[in-house]
Design a protein around this ligand. Sequence first.
Ligand SMILES: Cc1cc2nc3c(=O)[nH]c(=O)nc-3n(C[C@H](O)[C@H](O)[C@H](O)COP(=O)(O)OP(=O)(O)OC[C@H]3O[C@@H](n4cnc5c(N)ncnc54)[C@H](O)[C@@H]3O)c2cc1C
Length: 287
Amino acid sequence: MTAKNSESVEDRNGILDDDDHMRGMERIAMEVVRITHPFASVARVTGRIAPLDPAPWMPPNQAVRIAVEEPAGQRPVVRVYTIRSFDPATSQIEIDFVIHQDDSPAMRWLKAAKPGTILPMIGPRQHFIPQLSGDKKAAIFADETAIPAVYAMLKAWPPGLRGAAWIETPDREAFDELPRPEGVDLHLLLRSGTQPAGSAQVLLAAALALTDAAGWTIWAAGERIEMRDLRNHLRDQGVARGDLQVLGYWKKGMSSSDLDRVRLAEYEALREQGLTLENVGDIDLPV
Ligand SMILES: Cc1cc2nc3c(=O)[nH]c(=O)nc-3n(C[C@H](O)[C@H](O)[C@H](O)COP(=O)(O)OP(=O)(O)OC[C@H]3O[C@@H](n4cnc5c(N)ncnc54)[C@H](O)[C@@H]3O)c2cc1C
């Protein structure tokens, strides 16, 4: 008998396939066209998809749940990634995988992937983007896992919105590749290659240095604990809830499957109270 895959998240009540959770997302397959390494920390996977409707794939910061392992008799092992770009003319998408040293489901998939590999996915789901908010400037704090989201957002930057972005990466080239819309100042927070991801806390330091925090509308994504500290600090500085979107994209020392189990338990509890997906306050989950 094959051992159970411990990364597969069991959904006993089948709520992940419900409309409230699916929200019109499509089950789709991507065929890998090529994999390149534009710089040391990233594998860029270009793939072809055939969406029913290309329109939902066009706006910036679309996320997909990719099935990186498909154990027999269990739910697929899924991971969340960002669509860095979508070209409706060729139906090609790009996904940047940040390379890390753990023997993890996404890294195993990446090692085995080659042109022709089929990757099942569910999506797209638009994740948060910086909000236009009165005459406030937009601030972005992002580590390398959120650079694809920042790339897509800067490419589609609303004219007239002034802003600043603080980007943590171990690769200067990842920063150099970002679009430069007028009125947005980009700040490189270069982490040394010897410093593990999620330990430098440079995004938190940048947020602590923001003297007029309440004058900004803020979008931030990166390691979960650092992001929670950043969120708490900015709240204390008087940034209004509506001007604060802070996301934990990964957690140091914890697999996304374990995070998803906590998310699912919270979602189940909220549904029992008649609430919906919008009510899951992700960054406040007890992990
Ligand atoms: C909305 C959203 C969008 C995202 N977009 C992207 C994207 O475009 N590109 C991208 O690379 N990631 C992205 N992520 C983050 C990605 O989902 C996680 O990094 C995920 O944990 C990778 O899965 P895994 O199987 O490699 O590792 P897991 O099995 O989840 O974790 C195993 C171990 O690896 C560690 N680990 C996981 N990721 C990293 C990392 N980046 N650096 C160092 N250690 C790590 C964990 O702390 C854990 O100890 C996104 C996450 C969200 C929620």
